[in-house]
Design a protein. Structure first.
Length: 593
């Protein structure tokens, strides 16, 4: 990889076409393939813009979900290859897109050094040869896709279950696997054995005669143990994990999967210590499984380790890469303030740029029952409260991607839906609850929002393709790190910030990525303790004490770390002891049971 960062998936619509905007510059990004309706509309929109023939794939057609995804990914592949080819045909003129490609590279890049040297050459045959060498070394960024493994709704045709291979996650995987992309599928949100096993059906996930993989697997993980368990499951089926993408549990955008108090620094340390041993163990199992399938491979495959979540400065970026020997970092939420890269409508963009720390919070808004990083000023939250005030809480459920509740119905429905909330509130009224308890449970029920529409609306608004009567309320799920970025930036500015060419946060007081995550976990524990005050069980006391102990061990790890690196770095890491001491005092003050 020429760049040392990637752009992770950002909701449903926010990065749905990000590869079209950044891949030709060598930067990899990830798009969600959960919503095949969104995918189809993006293919239609961009086909019209590029004067490309578009043939719709109606929802009523057999396997339409998978086919829509394949068609869109093939479209992206064709467009980006064309864009990259056109880029390479340009001359090295100052201000050209070709020069931009090289100028976006980090200053440590050998290719960047070569470019700068070439630009100083006098005109002539030698310079032209040098330019040819540079152009041959150029690489596109990858068009990677994200599947939330456990978001795997069962589908029905005329009331009959359409079969396991037609569930949402498996259909999406099939759409990716049958595309012409040479890219990765990022599997997130836990392990789905049925989905993982289904990958065996597609040859692109297995090595060719040169030992190369056309389709690769990236696991988004929150700790070493779960990473190893999932990777072993896949290796025994002859499926190689090409990258472990470690994500900070509470310091990333979207759904928040809190660990049991395990902090990012100690997690990265464990990967650093054990990664070579892990790779060998996995490769042995992988090689054996391939042999049983009649595939011989002697070449040791690469296994990248990357991290994302809450990284905000070039110093943090460099430190994580160097100290933990990582291959790259992920920068997600800050790119929501870069209109060239992501799809944020004008109104939401203005609100995000002006937002403060208190505007970003951990909520129960997701129908999946998982904590969700939310933005307090989103228009969908205003719509939610208006519907409650009118006595009609909940949303019309049109897309049904997050239907997972069978409390009142035979077929699963969504907890954000009007149907579910009506039935649930009715049952609460009949339960004889105290006024205080009823209000508490009512608020928990009605906090849910429709993410299927809300995470797409911004894209439709930006491109002016919102249909009549279509919901225009916007949901957005930035990580808390976005609070420290307070402007709208260009693509070049944000990349320059990542690599330390400029500093977008020069006048901003901001906690280090490790301290921010630590404080988020302490606050999370504090809230969990408050919820248990009336009914502490022995099991819960044990769990909370274990959580607190892990945080304490994490603090001790950071004390040792900061002491070790104090002489190697300047500025940011040297002044952290006072922040760490405050966090430790706050943790010590928490009383459990």
């Amino acid at each position: 990889m020429l760049h040392s960062f990637h752009i992770p998936v950002l909701g449903l619509g926010y990065s749905i076409d990000t590869p079209l905007k950044v891949a030709r510059y060598g930067i990899s990004s990830v798009l969600s393939i959960v919503d095949d309706e969104l995918v189809e509309r993006m293919r239609a929109y961009h086909s019209q813009n590029r004067a490309v023939d578009f043939e719709a794939i109606p929802k009523s057609e057999t396997d339409s979900r998978s086919r829509r995804i394949t068609a869109y990914l093939n479209f992206l592949s064709d467009c980006i290859n064309q864009d990259f080819k056109a880029l390479k045909q340009q001359d090295f003129m100052v201000g050209s897109d070709l020069c931009r490609y090289f100028e976006l590279l980090p200053d440590t890049s050998r290719l960047k050094h070569g470019y700068e040297l070439m630009m100083e050459y006098p005109e002539g045959e030698a310079k032209q040869s040098f330019q040819s060498v540079l152009k041959n070394a150029m690489r596109m960024g990858t068009i990677d896709v994200n599947i939330m493994a456990k978001v795997d709704k069962m589908n029905y045709v005329d009331g009959e279950y359409s079969g396991d291979i037609n569930t949402d996650a498996l259909s999406a995987l099939r759409g990716f696997a049958e595309s012409k992309l040479s890219a990765s599928v990022v599997l997130s949100a836990g392990m789905n054995p049925k989905l993982y096993s289904y990958m065996e059906n597609f040859g692109d996930f297995f090595p060719d005669e040169k030992g190369l993989l056309s389709k690769q697997i990236i696991l988004k993980v929150s700790d070493f143990r779960s990473a190893l368990i999932q990777a072993k499951f896949l290796a025994k089926k002859g499926l190689w994990v090409s990258e472990f993408r470690i994500e900070s549990g509470l310091n990333c955008g979207g759904h928040a999967f809190a660990t049991e108090g395990y902090l990012l620094g100690p997690i990265l340390e464990e990967f650093k210590i054990k990664k070579i041993e892990m790779r060998q163990e996995l490769f042995n199992q992988y090689q054996l499984a391939l042999t049983q399938k009649g595939i011989v491979i002697n070449k040791q495959l690469k296994q990248r380790i990357t991290v994302q979540g809450g990284i905000g400065t070039a110093a943090e970026h460099r430190f994580l890469l160097q100290h933990y020997h990582l291959d790259a970092t992920g920068w997600g939420s800050p790119f929501l303030l870069v209109p060239e890269v992501t799809n944020v409508d004008a109104n939401t963009l203005t609100r995000l740029a002006a937002a403060k720390e208190d505007d970003f919070y951990l909520s129960g808004a997701s129908p999946l029952g998982i904590h969700f990083n939310n933005f307090r000023n989103s228009t969908i939250d205003l719509q939610r409260t208006e519907r409650i005030d009118k006595g009609r809480p909940g949303s019309p459920c049109t897309k049904k991607y997050l239907c997972n509740n069978t409390e009142f119905t035979d077929q699963a429905i969504c907890t954000a839906s009007r149907e579910y909330q009506h039935l649930k509130i009715k049952s609460l009224k009949a339960a004889g609850l105290s006024e205080e308890e009823y209000e508490k449970q009512f608020n928990e029920v009605t906090e849910k929002i429709c993410l299927c529409e809300g995470l797409c609306s911004s894209t439709y608004l930006k491109y002016n393709i919102l249909k009549p009567k279509e919901n225009k309320a916007v949901a957005i799920c930035p990580g808390p790190n976005l609070a420290y970025f307070s402007d709208v930036y260009s693509f070049d500015e944000m990349v320059g910030h990542i690599y330390g060419k400029i500093n977008l946060l020069a006048q901003v007081e901001r906690p280090h990525v490790f301290i921010k995550e630590l404080n988020l976990y302490i606050n999370y524990l504090q809230e969990d303790i408050k919820k248990q005050l009336q009914s502490f069980s022995d099991k819960k006391i044990k769990q909370l004490n274990g959580f607190k102990q892990q945080l304490a061990e994490g603090i001790n790890y950071y004390k040792k770390l900061f002491n070790e690196v104090a002489d190697q770095t300047t500025g940011e890491l040297k002044g952290l002891y006072e922040q760490l001491a405050k966090s430790e005092d706050k943790l010590d003050a928490l009383i459990i049971g």
